[in-house]
Design a protein around this ligand. Sequence first.
Ligand SMILES: Cc1ncc(COP(=O)(O)O)c(C=O)c1O
Length: 418
Amino acid sequence: MADLFDKILKNMGPIGEHAKESHGYFTFPKLEGEINTHMGFRGTEMLNWSLNNYLGLANHPEVRKADADAAIKYGLALPMGARMMSGNSDNHEALENELSKFVNKEATFLLNFGYQGVLSAIDALVDRRDVIVYDAESHACIIDGVRLHQGKRFVFTHNDMASLEKQLQRATKLVDETGGAIMVITEGVFGMRGDLGALDQIVAMKSKYQFRLFVDDAHGFGTMGKTGAGTGEHFGVQDGIDIYFSTFAKSMAGIGAFISSQKEIITFLQYNMRSQIFAKSLPMPLVVGMRKRLDLIKSMPELKENLWKIVRALQSGLKEYGLEIGPTASPVTPVYLSGSIPEATHMVYDLRENYGIFCSMVTYPVIPKGMIILRLIPTAAHTLEDVQKTLEAFKKVAVKLKDGEYAKHDKIVEGVAQ
Ligand SMILES: Cc1ncc(COP(=O)(O)O)c(C=O)c1O
């Protein structure tokens, strides 16, 4: 028999095994100062491309004032209790109505966190006779929601409509026998690669197969579509999305999330989502702060225009310099490189220490061994000078990587962990 803690100490997990060398630098870094495109890191100012503050709202003076005023007026405790018991308020309902109008759905339910919300919504919506058909590259919250499902789940190859159709045929055959229903789940914008879920083609499949479509649009809300209402609006298929989800943690620069659908389905979720029934409701300052952010998104289209100006400059510049950014069609900008984990850490170290550029690094096990993604998140607050500085730096480090300069090291950068 093993001791649980002994077992854990022998296997800290695929990322945790690097904690000793990387904690505080590559993992759990501490950015210093106010949220901005330039922030401190270990006392040095760096140009920051690692925050999902797409519209630059995090530090907008009106947002900061609304958050501060609401905190003074209400405190963080209000309302106490779960929405169903004692945690409802006019502000919660007003934000829900405003979001419904914005994303063109009948009703909305606020969620405390996006991750838990998706998990719990999936859990509530389907029962053991139902079949879930989902995209293979779905976010962890979808995968974990699917893991809770007690019925069958069929995965389709990422954005591959032939694969989706095959799985829909299998699912249809099964539910014809069980009397269950089918729910297809995908994303509006895939957060690692930045490519869009093929929502137009998936919605078109409804003419052939009977299913309901759930879309996680965490990265599309605020950034995609004419008004910023998301990827459904971008494709002109918002009506074909039966359940629309987004988080407040990205364009809204806050915390919390929401889910929108037809009225009766939202009523069902209000009374059946365990993550909301058994948890305290969103604090009032957050709700009031989100109302202010939504107002600004609606009244300041220039935020989205600025964002896309930066996105276009960054993405076309990286491509011109011969860097591979893959099929992104959104602000998410991954730069694909090849190399080992030690090489990746030396390149990121070089970028930070010698070029003053801070971005996130993705390596195995999130992506296949030998691949490195440096993920840049442009925002409305960046400038064209920031883009130029970054392009120059990337050009230089990409050459060094190709020339094997970082491959001289076979260990993660030493002495940086704290
Ligand atoms: C696609 C997607 N869905 C859900 C979430 C979770 O949202 P939250 O941070 O509100 O829990 C995220 C954020 O990381 C995400 O990228």
